[in-house]
Write a protein of this length. Structure first.
Length: 160
C-alpha cells in the first residue's frame, strides 16, 4: 500500500496549553534584548577601521600599531564571534521559553545573574547604556517568567 508520508517511531509531544500573556510578553522582551545586544557589535564593526586607535593590552603590554595591524583579522573575528553569542542566547531563550521549557526559565535567570556581573565591567558610555538596557529587559522578562500565571505553563504535561 502507498504511504505518502512515512511515519517516524518517535513519540509526538502532546500540545500543552497556549502560552499565557506574561510568557508571550517575556518572549517579546527577549527579542528586544537580542536587538539591543547587537548594538555594541555594530558599533565595534563600524570602528574596526580605526583599530590602531584602540589601546589593547596583552599580558600586561600595550600592543604597537604594527602588532595591531598584524592581529587585525583575528581581532575582528573574535569581536564578531563574541558579539553574536549574546544575541544568539537571547533568541535561544526566547524560543525555548515560548515553548514552555522549564530549563529555559531557570537558565534565563542564571544568565540574568551573569548580566548583573557584566554591568561592572563596562567602561564606555554606549557599552554601559546598552548593558544597562539589556539588563533591565532581562530583569523584566525573568520577572514575567516567574509570575504565577507563567508557572502553570512551565509544569510538565500530566502534572496537576
Amino acid at each position: 500500500m502507498y504511504q505518502p508520508y512515512p511515519s517516524t517511531s518517535k513519540p509526538v509531544r502532546p500540545l500543552g496549553p497556549p502560552a499565557p500573556a506574561p510568557v508571550l510578553t517575556a518572549v517579546k522582551l527577549m527579542y528586544a534584548g537580542a536587538a539591543v545586544s547587537t548594538v555594541p557589535l555594530i558599533i565595534a564593526l563600524a570602528l574596526v577601521g580605526d583599530i590602531k586607535a584602540y589601546h589593547l593590552r596583552y599580558l600586561g603590554h600595550s600592543l604597537t600599531a604594527a602588532q595591531l595591524s598584524h592581529w587585525r583579522p583575528l581581532i575582528i573575528t573574535v569581536v564578531i564571534a563574541f558579539g553574536l553569542v549574546v544575541p544568539a542566547l537571547w533568541l535561544w531563550m526566547a524560543r525555548a521559553n515560548g515553548q514552555g521549557r522549564k530549563w529555559a526559565r531557570i537558565l534565563s535567570t542564571v544568565l540574568l545573574g551573569l548580566a548583573t556581573l557584566q554591568l561592572t565591567g563596562n567602561n564606555g558610555v554606549v557599552q554601559v547604556f546598552c548593558a544597562a538596557l539589556a539588563w533591565l529587559i532581562g530583569l523584566a522578562a525573568v520577572w514575567l517568567l516567574w509570575r504565577p500565571a507563567s508557572s502553570a505553563f512551565f509544569k510538565p504535561q500530566g502534572v496537576v
